[in-house]
Design a protein around this ligand. Structure first.
Ligand SMILES: Nc1ncnc2c1ncn2[C@@H]1O[C@H](COP(=O)(O)OP(=O)(O)O)[C@@H](O)[C@H]1O
Ligand SMILES: [Mg+2]
Length: 579
């Protein structure tokens, strides 16, 4: 709640304008019934046309002022709410972008989406309502009570009666609806989760012909949300007519009791009608105040959910005295690194120590789940090490600013991810406004140039969201080209050659070696062929280093490597490698 309120601070001047406009509106509205009473009492009854014209013109003028004030109030209230919501969304987005996996898992992507859209909208709607009513309604209410009492004390009981009725109806609604609001937001989260999960897994759903099952799962979440929404809205729908009824009945009551007073000469007809208007104002103001009390808790739920995200600090942060990595050489050193995923009991990596030299290829091989991806993800600080140190050019990476660290690293993730746009826009992700020459060069090294030029639009070919319009191998090659665009000193390829055929794989590695002579290459692979020529091969087994050396050395000394090799290479290749 506090985190959210902070975002209204810059708009205090605008809020003051709203208050000023609404104050003007309230004061003028309070004048109108009095003039109406005067027209009836001193104009219509004695038949004084001049008075009617004069007072009528004044009333018109006041109405005009009311309209202007109301419009200004609405305008600035809407503006304040829209602008502060934009700021909140921006802050949410910034914060979430800095989250590491640990924080993302804590909230779930679906919930983060609901929080940045629906919850912010709820807060925005309430803000408009609050700005519009929180000051205006009490002001009007109290002003009308004073005015009504000035007009006739004898009829005051009718207002009290009407207020009691309004209070009872509102109390009922409050008790019934309030607990539902929190559930409503949760159900919305659930619906978003089901939708996003299903959409991203659509192929699996189809392959297993599970559409029916999925539809029913979706239906269930949808129906639950519908029922709750219907309940809340029905109740809200019932409120309006109920309030109208109360107001009409109190009008009748005032005329009935008032006419008796008029009859005995205790009240002027005009005053009775003015009293009726004041009474309506009192009831309406009371209604708005209670409505605000209903809306605030709902908005508080949303504001709380937003605040939770805003106050979650990303676990990977820049150190206060961090330095920039200028002109990196690219010497990477792991010193006794151990790493466990947050919440996981077992370590994914233990006691990892090695050095990756610039100008050399350091390969990492091991079975699935042996910790290869975890190991390389530590270098750009997607996670921080649990124990030990990682150094680049002799500096602990936690002492280096995240921006300069990541600028120095070209990273190709295991799962090729492309963004919607064109091939060009995806490559330019690696370097803004890169010229076609540079893209061509990167695409050539990544062996992507052939299929790009074969596309009808070349570099301008559209790429659908998630890169679904290109094949797995093409997606990998585009991801590689994108990383190469950066011309970074350190290049990490996490199993990036797995979807390539042997020939392309070999060609790619050869041109990498040639074009990136001085840089540090870290290649994660499952295929021995991919890494056989590497200067250094690290064999990972269950999070531990089983051996470090060249292909030849490892074939002699490392049992895990021998097993992998014998399952992939022919007898002849093995013999050739060993001698
Ligand atoms: N985000 C994560 N949260 C918790 N555990 C994870 C996460 N990612 C991977 N792991 C676990 O860490 C171990 C190593 O995984 P990973 O590094 O992806 O292996 P590899 O890339 O060698 O196949 C696995 O046991 C896996 O279950
Ligand atoms: Mg992996």
């Amino acid at each position: 709640m506090k985190e959210t309120l902070k975002y209204y601070k810059p708009y205090i001047p605008m809020i003051l304008l709203v208050i000023l406009a609404l104050f003007g509106q309230a004061m003028c509205e309070l004048l109108l019934p009095k003039y109406m009473a005067d027209i009836i009492n001193s104009g219509i009854i004695p038949g004084d046309m001049n008075y009617i014209y004069r007072a009528g013109a004044l009333m018109l003028l006041i109405s005009l002022v009311i309209t202007i004030c109301a419009a200004l109030g609405d305008y600035f209230a809407a503006k304040t709410a829209a602008k502060s919501s934009r700021d909140i969304r921006r802050a949410l987005f910034r914060n979430v972008t800095a989250f590491s996996d640990a924080e993302l898992d804590q909230f779930s992507t679906a919930s983060l989406i609901t929080r940045s859209t629906n919850d912010v909208q709820t807060v925005q709607n309430t803000t408009v309502m609050m700005l519009r009513m929180a000051i205006f309604a009490p002001l009007m209410g109290i002003g009308s009570v004073v005015r009504a009492l000035q007009t006739s004390v004898d009829l005051a009981w009718t207002i009290v009666l009407a207020l009691i009725c309004v209070l009872m109806v509102m109390l009922l609604a409050f008790i019934l609806v309030m607990p539902k609001f929190k559930i409503l937001q949760k159900k919305l989260d659930r619906l978003n989760l089901v939708i996003s999960e299903r959409l991203s897994g659509l192929l699996v759903v189809r392959a297993f012909t599970a559409e029916k099952h999925e539809e029913s799962r979706f239906d269930q979440a949808n129906i639950e949300l519908r029922d709750l929404n219907i309940f809340v809205n029905r109740l809200m729908a019932f409120m309006m007519p109920a309030m109208n009824l109360i107001m009409s009945l109190s009008g009748v009551l005032i005329v009935w009791a008032g006419s008796k007073l008029v009859d005995i000469g205790g009240l002027l007809v005009g005053n009775m009608l003015a009293f009726m208007q004041y009474a309506m104002h009192v009831v309406m103001s009371f209604l708005f105040v209670t409505m605000i009390f209903i809306m605030i808790p709902r908005a508080a739920v949303s504001a709380g959910r937003i605040g939770e995200v805003l106050k979650t600090e990303p676990s990977v942060r820049d150190a206060e005295d961090c330095i920039d990595l200028t002109d990196p050489i690219g010497l990477i050193e792991f010193r006794n690194v151990s790493f466990a995923y947050p919440g996981a009991e077992e370590k994914a990596l233990s006691n990892i120590s090695f050095v990756a030299n610039p100008g050399e290829t350091t390969a990492i091989i091991g079975g699935t789940g042996s910790g290869k991806s975890s190991l390389v993800s530590l270098i750009p600080r997607f996670h921080d090490v649990t124990e030990g140190q990682i150094l680049i050019d002799g500096t602990d990476i936690r002492q280096i600013s995240q921006k300069s660290l990541r600028d120095a690293i070209g990273y190709v993730p295991q799962k090729g991810i492309l963004f919607s746009g064109t091939i060009e826009s995806n490559l330019q992700y690696g370097k803004e406004n890169a010229a076609e020459d540079e893209m061509r060069e990167a695409a050539e090294i990544a062996q992507a140039i052939d299929f790009i030029t074969e596309k009808p639009d070349g570099f301008c070919e559209e790429v659908a969201q998630g890169g679904t319009t290109v094949s797995g191998g093409q997606k990998q090659r585009l991801s590689i080209a994108r990383a190469l665009m950066k011309k970074a000193q350190i290049n990490i390829f996490d199993d990036s050659f797995s979807a390539l055929d042997f020939k392309t794989d070999a060609k790619l590695r050869a041109s990498l070696k040639e074009k990136m002579k001085d840089s540090t290459l870290l290649i994660v692979a499952q295929r021995i062929n991919t890494i056989m020529d590497a200067e250094k091969i690290i064999v990972l087994d269950d999070g531990l280093i089983a051996g470090i050396g060249t292909h030849k050395e490892l074939l002699k000394s490392c049992q895990v490597y021998q097993e992998i090799a014998s399952s992939q290479l022919s007898e002849e290749e093995l013999r050739k490698g060993a001698c």
